[in-house]
Design a protein around this ligand. Structure first.
Ligand code: NI
Length: 373
């Protein structure tokens, strides 16, 4: 069977069988089975889910890694595709099924020409990207220790098939989370003077957080804060004792991250104090911003043209990708692959145009097979 037909068949299987972050047991087993059938070496790293394959070139050269994330999302599919999800309430709605088969295809093509290949290529099938922390499992297993540089791709339904969105510098934001707990004194709703109402305190904190963006951050730096959960009380005539607010901060600049953490704490604690209440702010750091290496960007653009892809301008996203954890160790480049315009990622109608699978695999094989500087 032709490679294109095999890859399409694999893609449909993965699309039918999505698994959530850290639960990718069936996906991992199937990737391993396919790789072994295709004659690709699988490395014995200790990983609960996810796996790493390798193609060893016949000539000396760098060790490069290609990250392909493998998890699905808790979304009920509404595409009507003949190969739609068979797993109720779960869906490959971020294109990670496409990333898997593009990675497999790349491995097969590199294996075919490995005598000519300079260096080593590690295919990293990473679990739990949607949790924002799956990359840490790969790093903990030591997969990146001998790697010189890392490449990543992502499906992009805002661009046509045949296009690649490549951008130098920042591509995705740092993803941090905060939880603020305001403690007042509960009392009767008719006698607020008997207690300390945490609700207006929480409201004041929500308002004041926006001044971090408008008054504290350099106006040329992309940054935002969103309070996405605000909870207090359970009935209409009792002033509650506590209010909780939770949300996310997105930044590109490292110093801005530090600034936000400090200001979130200061504003929460001092605003609460002004009202006679107390507040505790918890900061939960996620992945840093993804920043594409200039040299790798140039190479990826050159290869794109040679492979017949149209390079389109790529905008920065305030979304995140844990690919950035790898870039704390080695230079990296994260490329958006146009998968046909349609419903956006994480939407129940999201689809990948299957005709992009083989060209993407060929492009990646060309890119990773190319001599590094
Ligand atoms: Ni994704």
């Amino acid at each position: 069977m032709l490679l294109e037909d095999r890859l399409t068949g694999y893609f449909e299987w993965f699309h039918r069988h999505p698994e959530l972050s850290y639960e990718e047991y069936g996906t991992t087993a199937r990737i391993k089975e396919i790789l072994l059938e295709e004659g690709i070496e699988v490395l014995p790293y200790e990983l609960e889910t996810g796996l790493v394959a390798v193609v060893r070139g016949g000539k000396p050269g760098p060790v490069q890694a290609l990250r392909c994330d493998i998890d699905g999302l808790p979304i009920r599919e509404e595409t009507g595709l003949p190969y739609a999800s068979l797993c109720e309430g779960k869906m490959h709605a971020c294109g990670h099924d496409f990333h898997i088969v593009a990675g497999i295809g790349c491995a097969v093509l590199l294996e075919e020409r490995k005598q000519e290949l300079a260096g080593t290529v590690k295919l990293v099938f990473q679990p739990a990207e949607e949790s924002s922390l799956g990359a840490l499992k790969i790093l903990e297993a030591g997969v990146m220790e001998d790697v010189d540089r890392v490449w990543g791709i992502h499906a992009d339904p805002t661009n046509e098939a045949g296009t690649l969105g490549i951008r130098e510098g920042y591509v995705t934001a740092a993803v941090d989370r905060f939880v603020v707990t305001v403690k007042g004194v509960g009392c009767h709703g008719a006698h607020p003077d008997d207690g300390i109402d945490p609700v207006p305190v929480a409201a004041a904190i929500v308002q004041a957080f926006q001044t971090i963006v408008s008054r504290n951050v350099n106006a040329f730096h992309p940054a935002l804060v969103s309070v996405t959960r605000l909870e207090a009380g359970n009935t209409w005539n009792v002033i509650p004792e506590t209010a909780v607010l939770e949300g996310t901060v997105r930044t590109m600049d490292r110093q801005d991250r530090i600034l936000f953490e400090k200001r979130i704490r200061e504003i929460a604690e001092n605003t609460a104090r002004a009202y006679g209440a107390e507040a505790k702010a918890e900061w939960i750091a996620g992945p840093p911003a993804t920043c594409n290496d200039g040299g790798m960007v140039k190479e990826s653009m050159r290869t794109a043209q040679a492979c017949g892809f149209l390079v389109v301008p790529e905008e920065c996203s305030m979304g995140g990708d844990d690919f950035s954890f790898y870039e704390e160790k080695v230079p990296g480049c994260y490329i958006k692959v146009g998968t046909g315009k349609g419903k956006l990622i994480h939407q129940p109608g999201f689809m990948v145009d299957k005709k992009v699978i083989l060209p993407t695999a060929e492009y990646l094989a060309e890119l990773l097979g190319a001599k590094a500087n």
